[in-house]
Design a protein around this ligand. Structure first.
Ligand code: ZN
Length: 386
C-alpha cells in the first residue's frame, strides 16, 4: 500500500511539474496570437514621424502570463524590447483577477472562474490562488519588480512628477517605457473599500469596475443583470475620486456607464473598446453613450481586435479611429490594444508604425496622429495625476 502511495505521489509530482513547465507557454501562445503576415512597409516619412511620437497604450494584460517581459519572446504581443522597438512611451498594464468559464460577450454568470487554475499552474504565490485581492496585489508587485529589474529602462508612473521625469527622459532620446497599473474589474476589492486604499498606496491608478460578469460594483456589459452601480459601487467611485484615481468603464453595462458619468467628478477612460455605430458587436457601446463619455471629458482607447473594430487590419483599426474622431472629437481618442488579453491581432506592439503609416495613407494630419497615438493621454494624465 505504502509503495502504491509513493508511486501515485511521484506520478502526481511529475504531472504537476510537467503542467507547470509546459502548460503556461502553450496557453499563452494559443491565446495571444499575432496573425501571420508579411512585414508592413513603412515609408521614410512614416518612420520619422513614428519615431518622434509619444505613444500611450491603455490596456495590456501581459502580467497575467508566465513570461519574462524584460526578454523578447517569439510569442505573445508585448515585452520590453518590443515596446521599445514600437516606440511606446507608456504602457498601462491591467490585472485580470477572475474570468468565467465559457467567457463570451453576450451573457456570463459570476459563479465560475478560470484564473484559479491559471494561478496554480503558473506557480503564483498561495496568497493569489483563491483571493482576488491577492491576485491584484501579486500582479501589481510583479509590475513593480519588472520596473525595478529593468535597469532604468522602465519607469513606474503614479504622479505628475513621475510623468514629467518620463517626458524628460524621452525628450533626451532615451526609450524609457512608462508603466501604470489598472485593475480590470473592482471585484478584487472583495467588497471592502479599504482594499482600494491599500492598492492605491502601492501604485494603482486606474480602477476598472466590471469585467465579464456582474460583481459587487454593478452590472457588466457581458453579465446578466444589466444593472447600474450598487451602493458599494457608488462608494468605490467616491473613494476613487477622493484618492485622485481615474475610473475605467471598459466592460461596464450601459446603465453603469450612465451612473458613473452622473457621479464621478473626474473624467473616465474606456481603456479598450470600439464603436457600435461602426462595428455592431456586443463588446461595443452605442454612439449616443460614447458621445456622453466625450461630453464629460472621457477618453476611449480603440482596440485592435475584431470584436471592437470588425476589421483588425492596421487600416481597419485606423478607420475605427477616424470614426471615433468624427463621433467624439479628436481629443477623446487614444489606443487600447488589449494585447495579451486573449485576443488575436494583425500586429504586435513592435509593429505600431503600421498604424502611423495607415493614418498617413488615410489622410490624417500630423496633429491628429500625434493626438491619437498618445498626445491626448499625455494631456489627460498631466491634468489628472496627483
Ligand atoms: Zn478586457
Amino acid at each position: 500500500m505504502k509503495s502504491v502511495l509513493t508511486v501515485v505521489g511521484a506520478l502526481l509530482i511529475v504531472v504537476i511539474t510537467a503542467l507547470r513547465v509546459f502548460a503556461p507557454p502553450q496557453l499563452d501562445k494559443g491565446m495571444n496570437v499575432v496573425k501571420p503576415h508579411e512585414p508592413y512597409a513603412i515609408s521614410a516619412e512614416a518612420r520619422a514621424l513614428h519615431d518622434d511620437l509619444f505613444i500611450v497604450d491603455l490596456h495590456s494584460d501581459s502580467l497575467l502570463w508566465d513570461r519574462d517581459l524584460l526578454q523578447e519572446s517569439d510569442y505573445g504581443q508585448v515585452d520590453l524590447p518590443r515596446l521599445q522597438r514600437g516606440n511606446v512611451a507608456m504602457q498601462v498594464f491591467s490585472a485580470t483577477t477572475k474570468s468565467p468559464t465559457g467567457q463570451n460577450y453576450e451573457s456570463n454568470e459570476a459563479g465560475t472562474d478560470t484564473i484559479t487554475a491559471l494561478a496554480i499552474v503558473q506557480g503564483w504565490p498561495y496568497s493569489a490562488w483563491l483571493s482576488l485581492y491577492g491576485r491584484a496585489e501579486f500582479q501589481l508587485k510583479k509590475l513593480l519588480r519588472l520596473v525595478q529589474d529593468s535597469d532604468g529602462q522602465m519607469l513606474f508612473v503614479r504622479n505628475k512628477a513621475d510623468l514629467e521625469r518620463l517626458l524628460g527622459e524621452r525628450k533626451a532620446g532615451k526609450r524609457t517605457v512608462g508603466a501604470m497599473y489598472l485593475i480590470e474589474g473592482a471585484h478584487p476589492l472583495e467588497g471592502e473599500i479599504d482594499n482600494l486604499d491599500r492598492l492605491h498606496a502601492q501604485g494603482l491608478h486606474f480602477v476598472g469596475l466590471t469585467h465579464f460578469f456582474d460583481n459587487r460594483i454593478g452590472g457588466s456589459l457581458h453579465g446578466v443583470s444589466g444593472e447600474g452601480l450598487t451602493p458599494f459601487g457608488r462608494e468605490v467611485i467616491k473613494r476613487a475620486d477622493a484618492l485622485g484615481m481615474n475610473i475605467d468603464i471598459a466592460h461596464a453595462s450601459p446603465q453603469m456607464v450612465r451612473d458613473v458619468l452622473a457621479l464621478a467628478e473626474r473624467p473616465v477612460i474606456l481603456s479598450h473598446g470600439g464603436f457600435k455605430g461602426l462595428c455592431d458587436s456586443p463588446r461595443n457601446l452605442d454612439d449616443a453613450l460614447m458621445r456622453e463619455v466625450a461630453a464629460r471629458g472621457g477618453i476611449i482607447g480603440v482596440g485592435y481586435w475584431d470584436a471592437t473594430v470588425c476589421d483588425d487590419s492596421p487600416l481597419g483599426v485606423v478607420r475605427a479611429i477616424r470614426y471615433g474622431i468624427e463621433l467624439m472629437g479628436l481629443e477623446h481618442i487614444a489606443l487600447g490594444s488589449d494585447y495579451d488579453g486573449t485576443v488575436a491581432t494583425t500586429f504586435d506592439t513592435s509593429e505600431l508604425a503600421a498604424l502611423t503609416q495607415a493614418m498617413l495613407d488615410e489622410g490624417f494630419t500630423e496633429d491628429e496622429i500625434r493626438a491619437v497615438m498618445g498626445g491626448n493621454m499625455q494631456r489627460y494624465l498631466l491634468e489628472q495625476l496627483p
